[in-house]
Design a protein around this ligand. Structure first.
Ligand code: SAM
Length: 301
């Protein structure tokens, strides 16, 4: 998070720096947890796609408040990018779609199941909207696959989603695995963005359903036995009935008294801009900056 006039325009951006969070997205998880309390009593938690680490900071502060009996608590944060250390967080630089990542987390938890898993994953955007939406869906599916292998019965899962065309199908699919599925929009998430968060409470898969991590599995393969997406090519029409689609409850969280992320607030112009909490460790643009500095950055056609 840099130091710029954005301080004056985006209150959450400024507040994140004031409170020592590495990114403004910390407030999204804080506002979600204030409404749904999924971190209450959580012992083992996983933060998928965690860099630069503001969600991990929230997890660390909520799971390790001063003075609590905290000896058995464990937080694991996973990202492709390197992350600077955070108190009480084990950082894994790994790909969430790789089976080895599941194995490593299972070992870190000594075979015990997780109580809460979150994913704020976002792939690098290409600008090709259909491709971007597809890659984002695949990332959510990977996070979900990993979560079904790691979560205890009754555990909770939260993931960032973009409300596209087929989102109602995803709600019904998740409804087969969790007792309650809610679509939530925290006040700190801009109203102008399609971003929302899917809050899945009470992991409770069908008794004969086997969780598996297979990046090559289609959504239909993954949800096999869940009675959805089941129309086969050879099926005769009488066997066909409309696939169930459901509309998840939509909740705006953060309360009316919290700041509106789309509003501009007056900030005392005498208040100096704050320094970034954590400089990027290895940003994708680092190489381009180095080349530019050496005058070697050229346009390819
Ligand atoms: N929640 C984070 C925070 O509060 O600081 C911000 C997460 S950022 C929006 C999205 C992250 O997803 C990026 O750091 C990116 O490296 C990560 N990511 C994307 N694909 C991934 C993958 N396959 N495995 C692990 N991390 C991934």
């Amino acid at each position: 998070m840099g130091k710029s006039s954005k301080d004056k325009r985006d209150l959450y951006y400024r507040k994140a720096k004031e409170q020592g969070y590495r990114a403004r997205s910390a407030f999204k998880l804080l506002q979600l947890d204030d409404d749904f309390h999924f971190l209450k009593d959580a012992v083992r938690v996983v933060d998928l796609c965690a860099a630069p680490g503001s969600w991990s900071q929230v997890l660390s502060r909520r799971l390790f408040p001063e003075g609590g009996n905290i000896s058995d608590r464990k937080i694991v944060a996973v990202d492709l990018q390197p992350m600077s250390p955070i108190d009480n967080v084990i950082i894994l630089q790994a790909d969430i779609t790789h089976p080895k990542t599941l194995q490593t987390i299972t070992e870190l938890f000594e075979g015990k199941k997780a109580d809460f898993i979150c994913s704020d994953g976002a792939p690098d955007v290409t600008g090709l909207h259909d491709l971007d939406e597809y890659v984002q869906q695949q990332l959510i599916l990977s996070a979900l696959q990993l979560s079904t292998c790691l979560l205890r019965k009754g555990g909770n899962f939260v993931a960032k989603i973009f409300r596209g065309r087929d989102i109602d199908m995803m709600y019904s699919q998740l409804g087969y695995l969790f007792e309650k599925v809610i679509c939530a929009k925290p006040r700190s998430s801009r109203g102008t963005s399609l971003e929302s968060f899917i809050v899945c409470l009470g992991y409770n898969p069908p008794s004969d359903w086997e969780p598996k991590l297979d990046v090559n599995a289609s959504v239909e393969d993954f949800f096999q036995g869940c009675e959805i997406g089941k129309l086969q090519l050879g099926d005769t029409l009488p066997a066909y009935h409309e696939e169930q689609r459901s509309i998840a409850t939509f909740i705006a969280c953060g309360g009316l008294s919290s700041f509106d992320s789309d509003a501009t607030y007056h900030v005392d112009t005498l208040t100096p801009a704050l320094d970034p909490v954590q400089s990027p460790t290895n940003p994708p643009y680092k190489k381009a900056l180095e080349l530019k500095r050496k005058g070697k950055l050229t346009l390819t056609t």
